[in-house]
Ligand binder design. Sequence first.
Ligand code: PLP
Length: 477
Amino acid sequence: MKKKEFIKHGYQIIDKIAEYLSEADKYPVRSQVKPGEIKSQIPTTPPNESQNFDEILNDFDNIIVPGLTHWQSPNFYAYFPSNTSYPSILGELMTSGLGVNTFSWETSPAATELEEIVTDWLRQMIGLSDDFVGVIHDTASTATLCSILTAREKMSNFESGKKGIGGKIFRVYASSEIHSSVDKAVRIAGIGTDNLVKIPVDNNFAMRADLLRQAIESDLKAGFTPMCVVSAMGTTGSLAFDPIAENYKICKEFGLWHHIDAAYAGSAFILEEFKHLSELASHCDTFVFNPHKWLFINFDFSAYFVKDEESLIRTFEILPEYLRYKRGSEVKNYRDWGIQLGRRFRALKAWFVIRSFGVDELKAKIRNHIALGFMFHDWVKSNENFEILAPVVMNLVCFRLHPIGLDDESVLNGINVQLLDDINSTGKVFLSKTKLNDKFAIRMVTANLNLTEQHIRDAWNLIVETSDELIRKRLLR
Ligand code: PLP
């Protein structure tokens, strides 16, 4: 491709993205294709000769778009969002245009220093204390793995990276509602999933601190080495908040590492009304949240904060000759702050987003999402055929259809599985699921950048109509 063509198609693609985003709610949200349908339309061997870019874009429209699930559609209420925004897209485009690799200060001083600045902006925005320093990772899963690896190093006097874990059996504690990234991290870190102790939760799906203490005490008696507690500020299932202050106190008392996973909810800590939560967030050794979920910085962008920079670096630093520079100790070299060597210039898109929106506008967007979540919650609560299954703290509503007089749990689970499938099959909205106390729950997250009250009204009408149809069919049987 020549420069002239690049410019032509570049404008074309910007137009396409703008059009796509403004019409994202017109597409069936969950892709309607069958397994293999996309592959069957694409040659299995690569082309030897150059192909015309118009033809490539044509195939993009006809083959790829139908196989997309539209995460940017305001009708996407599933999982947690992966919001993008115009300034973020421009930042991402510029990052790929520059193509710099940011593993050392020398490999792009601006990238390193901007990363220091934007992570500190984010720290201030969410109210984390100034004894934390930040680094950008791809995902919360990576950040949590880094935290567990540093905990392992610290608890083994920095021996385990050299000699292996050896005779000690380390134990990690997290609630039964913790995200599966913690299971994965203990597996990868060589701790073993058998040594991830799942602590039961209370009626609000938050970890029972009394049972955490009991588990640590009984492990000590049994000869295990308690290592780390992972607490959630906003679980994936129901957005439950573990008892952070109590857990931190227990960690201090027993000399354990404390990591907080606030992947989704952390973005809302920019709001004054969540000051009580953001103040708790500093009660840990490491903290992660995902601006790529709810701060309109497109995937991937996870902000990881640590108090003990030295231990983090001791965990990851490796210095072959070609990576030794004169200014080694004067500057940050982010290759020593995580697993990979090569790193993308992710700070740029965050800089574009924070400056282009301004913190006040970011707050207004998140505040509106929470108001919309409560509005939806009130509709569900006031309909006698529905039941709310978990306290609503922000904008995740877990609910189920529970028709009057139908109380058999396995039947209720069955009809809710069916209801979710029927709703999602319409293509008009996309919601996801979880299990809470063995009850099948439908999850509705109201956090898309372009979400309006009308979208939610339409979604609720669809849910009610689909439920009525399901109840009617059951009665006719
Ligand atoms: N922690 C929580 C609470 C989550 O909800 C998620 C994903 O939704 C994760 C961790 C994993 O996030 P990531 O995809 O950034 O690894």
